[in-house]
Design a protein around this ligand. Structure first.
Ligand code: ZN
Length: 408
């Protein structure tokens, strides 16, 4: 009898461990006719889409409660969406992989394997490196692509970053695909061969591997955004794109740990943002960076944390580059804070501290109704193809960004 009792206890414990906990997630539609209202709302929730006088966002239960307390009059509609998408997928407890049918997306291990494979196939041209470790101890992998320079001083650099936000999986695929394409083309294409003689291309496809893998745990999506820091109040996660030091905590981020836009206990409190910071500080040849997010089809440039532009000739240059790229991928170019104020992001810090010309792309789809964060694996190729030209455009400018002003 005692043995059976023990077995029952063990069975119960195992069931509790293996339980697939579904935390509720809501889609919210709000009236927010101007920047001022949007910026106030963005103090509480992340705004995913701005369409006309309305904003749309996917929020967790805590954030929903806060927004209901302060802005109930602005809420036009509200829908529980978590269970809806989950029911499409057959879950597999304990398995960390994309849902069935979504396997074209790369898991963390597959990203690492692909980068290792590229290094092997293109020995001498591609170099795998780690920026550091995530909070759960995963290496933050990057790949450096460039030919041996005749003299080191001549070499410029550009960096492409993916997946600061866990659920934005398309933003891993775009820079990752670019790594392979650049290497394949180097063999045949004089333009790329010449580019790599003068410019090192750094690709870091997954800044937030813990969050991204948590988002697909049990083979179903969770709408997870942050990293997996266990906070003092036992909630999880810091919004890595609110954790950089430049203007940290000055708007569009929350000091509440359970919020999806939690800025962290201090600027650079997170190992992932610290690793990005130390990488750029150690690689001062990098003059241009592009950080991929999803979604909305936008090209954003600093500042995000304040309404003013960066001013002077750099403001002209940012605008020119953004408009040139918009002509290629047909996204909408704008200063980040034109949407709403958000402080502590990657690009404000990169430009503010290191004068790196940094852009954020909010990749396809355009809206929630085209799939939002989960548009399906079938869009990967199309989204990637649309962004090859802007990526090459930036890579060619890394040596002398101001040259953009001379381009027609
Ligand atoms: Zn994002």
């Amino acid at each position: 009898m005692r043995l059976i009792g023990l077995l029952l206890i063990l069975l119960q414990a195992f069931t509790a461990f293996a339980e697939d906990i579904i935390e509720p997630v809501f889609m919210i539609e709000m009236l927010a006719p101007d920047n001022n209202t949007r910026s106030k709302i963005a103090q509480i929730i992340h705004i995913d889409s701005v369409i006309g006088d309305r904003i749309y966002s996917v929020v967790n239960a805590e954030d929903l409660k806060k927004i209901q307390e302060e802005y109930s009059a602005h809420i036009l509609s509200l829908e529980l969406i978590q269970n809806k998408l989950s029911s499409y997928y057959k879950t597999a407890l304990g398995v960390i992989d994309f849902p069935v049918g979504e396997e074209a997306f790369h898991t963390y291990d597959e990203v690492h394997a692909e980068l290792k494979q590229l290094e092997k196939e293109y020995a001498g041209l591609a170099h795998l490196f780690s920026l550091g470790k995530s909070i759960e101890g995963r290496e933050l992998w990057g790949i450096k692509i460039g030919s041996q320079a005749e003299s080191k001083e001549d070499k410029a650099g550009i960096a492409f970053l993916g997946t600061h936000h866990a659920r934005e999986h398309v933003s891993t695929e775009v820079p990752l695909n670019f790594a392979r394409e650049i290497l394949e083309r180097e063999v045949l294409d004089e333009e790329i061969k010449d580019l790599l003689k003068t410019t090192d291309i750094y690709i870091i496809p997954m800044i937030n591997p813990d969050g991204a893998m948590y988002d697909i745990e049990n083979r179903r999506y969770k709408w997870w955004r942050k990293n997996r820091h266990r906070n003092a109040d036992s909630s999880f996660g810091v919004d890595l794109n609110r954790n950089y030091s430049y203007g940290w905590g000055t708007g569009g981020s929350s000091s509440s740990p359970s919020s999806d836009i939690y800025m962290g206990s201090a600027a650079f409190s997170e190992p992932e943002t610290k690793a990005v910071r130390d990488f750029f500080r150690a690689h001062r040849t990098i003059k241009i960076a592009l950080s991929f997010h999803t979604f909305s089809e936008l090209i954003l440039y600093p500042w995000g944390g304040r309404h003013e532009g960066v001013g002077g000739s750099d403001e002209v240059l940012f605008k020119k580059m953004a408009h040139d790229m918009a002509a290629m991928n047909h996204y909408t170019p704008m200063q980040s804070s034109e949407l709403y104020i958000a402080s502590g992001d990657t690009c404000d810090w990169l430009y503010g501290e290191l004068k790196v010309y940094c852009f954020t792309f909010e990749l396809s789809p355009a809206s929630m109704w085209d799939g939002g964060f989960y548009p399906g694996a079938r869009v990967i190729d199309r989204v990637y193809e649309a962004n090859v030209a802007p990526m090459l455009y930036l890579a060619h400018l890394a040596k002398n960004p101001a040259f953009a002003l001379e381009l027609k």
